[in-house]
Ligand binder design. Structure first.
Ligand code: HEM
Length: 208
């Protein structure tokens, strides 16, 4: 769970950097984003990393279901007086729910972007590359779609807020001296990912 989670965190950084190109001046953004996407889909090493990524998403989800069933069996479901909020934050107790929102988002995300790019007949830009840029820009012209992304990205942010620190502990690296610093890195990471992914759909909706 921790290893796949940390690999997905690494992917999130790279994916964000790639998608921030969408906010460049329009003509430059279109050519650059399409060149970048073309490079990613043509490179054999990146293809292999992509398969590891798909496997990690699957493994992470299956592991989460398995662990949540195990935890339910161990603790039972009914609390006479639920005082868990004194010991943990709400998002730490809702990891399954938040993860399910992210997974549902990924199904929509793959259907709208990944599938048409890999298997659809997208028009070409002036360089002859598939025009993924225009597909993404057109999608974020609808406010409901921007809000859908905002909800999923906020869920992802809270998921990361607990997940990052939790992964560090699960890997057996816990040490009281580093506790605070790792927690702070986790908070900064979650905040940067949330803010970074959030501004893209809003920027496109309002400016492009
Ligand atoms: C503003 C936000 C985002 C934009 C504009 C965006 C855009 C895209 C596009 C255009 C693709 C298809 C092309 C490709 O395969 O690279 C893609 C793939 C993907 N996106 Fe996103 N994305 C965003 C946010 C996210 C988030 C928050 C996640 C994770 C929760 C995510 C996970 C993925 C995954 C796993 C793939 C497949 C990558 C691969 O095949 O190697 N994306 N995204």
């Amino acid at each position: 769970m921790a290893l796949t989670g940390l690999f997905l965190c690494f992917f999130l950084i790279i994916h964000l950097l790639g998608n921030l190109q969408l906010m460049l001046p329009q003509e430059k953004a279109q050519l650059q984003y399409n060149i970048y996407s073309d490079f990613l889909s043509g490179n054999i090493l990146i293809k292999i990393v992509s398969y590891v990524l798909y496997a990690s998403i699957l493994l992470h989800s299956i592991d989460a279901i398995y662990l949540s069933i195990k935890a339910k069996k161990a603790t039972g479901t009914s609390y006479v007086k639920d005082k868990r909020d004194r010991a943990s934050k709400w998002y730490a107790r809702q990891m399954m729910f938040l993860g399910t929102i992210v997974l549902a988002f990924l199904v929509i995300h793959f259907k709208d972007f990944w599938f048409p790019y890999k298997f659809g007949a997208l028009e070409a830009d002036i360089n002859g590359h598939k025009d993924l840029y225009t597909l993404v820009i057109n999608s974020f012209q609808e406010l409901w779609y921007v809000i859908l992304y905002a909800i999923a990205i906020l869920a992802l942010g809270f998921h990361l807020l607990h997940g990052f620190f939790s992964a560090y502990r699960s890997l057996g690296l816990y040490h009281p001296t580093y506790d605070k610093i790792i927690k702070s890195i986790g908070v900064v990471f979650a905040a940067v990912m949330t803010f970074g992914y959030l501004i893209i759909p809003f920027y496109i909706y309002l400016n492009v």
